[in-house]
Structures are given as C-alpha cells and as structure tokens.
Design a protein around this ligand. Structure first.
Ligand SMILES: [Zn+2]
Length: 177
C-alpha cells in the first residue's frame, strides 16, 4: 500500500505541477494492475482505483466485495477510505481519482462527497455491463421516480426525523462537510 510514487521525487515534497497525460496513463495502469491482482485472488470484481494528491499516491483500492462480504467494498470506496485515513481528512480536495472502470452510481456519489478535483477512468459502464456488472441499470433507475424503481422507496411522515436534522443545523459547533 501507498508505495512511494517515483514522480513525486525522493523527498516526497508535494508536486504541484499539473498532471500530464503520461501521469494519467501511469495511474490508470496501476488501477488496472490492482484490478487484475485483486480479482485473481478472488477478492471481488476486476476493478481498481488510485487516489493521487499533488503527484503522490495517497490511497489505493481494489474490489473486495467477495473477500469482505461487503457490497460497498468497491475499488473507489476502498481507495477513498484509505486516502482519507492517510490524510486525516474526510475530504480529498484537489485530488485526482483514477479508476480502471467508470465509477458506479454508489462510487460516484461517494466521490462527490469526497470532493476530489477530477475523476479519470478507462473502461466504461458499457464495458462493465458486458461482463455482468450492470452499473448502467442503476444509472437508469436513478432517473425514475422513487416509487417506480426496481427497489421502491416510500416516504413516511415522522417529525422526529426532521427535528434531529434541524437541531444539528442549529448547533454552531457542528462540523459541516
Ligand atoms: Zn462502485
């Protein structure tokens, strides 16, 4: 994990130059390598991800859904968790996220919350669908009204649920994100 990135220099000083096409390619190839290694071990699907901040790899992940019995252990989520732990932050402002395949809606949502600067991916949701990972289906579901989705969602009136949020919003000491 988190092998030193040769491009960052031996000192580990932040590399603030904009990433080049060669940088993008190198990190994407690393994501593919993680996908290959993880899926060969039987950890999960063939997906890998790398988080890079200022030229330094701060988190790597691969799909571990099968190995950990965790449906959320997608490569990007694992990489984001590791990067945030490494940085001691719940956000990845300025980071570039490299994924071997286009993020599914869950991972895309997680990446919005993590707020990196840019997402780079190689294979597409159509490629994922070809091998049985129907991310496209979930993307299509999102466009439907909640009660027409395959997984229907129903709203229930419960004032306590709103109160708990309003109390939080009124607390001047809260940490926003
Ligand atoms: Zn995902």
């Amino acid at each position: 994990m988190n092998e030193p990135d040769p491009a960052a220099g031996a000192s580990g000083d932040p590399d603030t130059r904009p990433p080049t096409g060669e940088d993008h390619r190198r990190h994407l190839l690393r994501a593919v390598e993680l996908a290959r290694e993880g899926s060969s071990r039987g950890d999960g699907g063939p997906f890998g991800a790398v988080v890079v901040l200022d030229g330094r790899v701060v988190g790597e992940g691969w799909n571990q859904v099968v190995a950990t019995d965790d449906p959320t252990a997608h490569a990007e989520i694992v990489a984001v968790r590791r990067a945030c732990a490494e940085l001691g932050s719940f956000q990845l402002v300025g980071a570039h996220v490299y994924a071997s395949c286009e993020p599914c809606p869950m991972c895309l949502g997680a990446l919005y919350w993590a707020r990196p600067a840019q997402i780079h991916h190689a294979a597409t949701r159509e490629h994922a669908a070809e091998v049985g990972f129907d991310d496209s289906f979930i993307y299509d579901e999102l466009a439907l009204p909640p009660d027409r989705r395959r997984l229907p969602a129903r709203q229930h009136d419960l004032p306590e649920a709103v109160q708990v949020m309003r109390r939080w919003a009124e607390n001047p000491d809260r940490t926003t994100y």
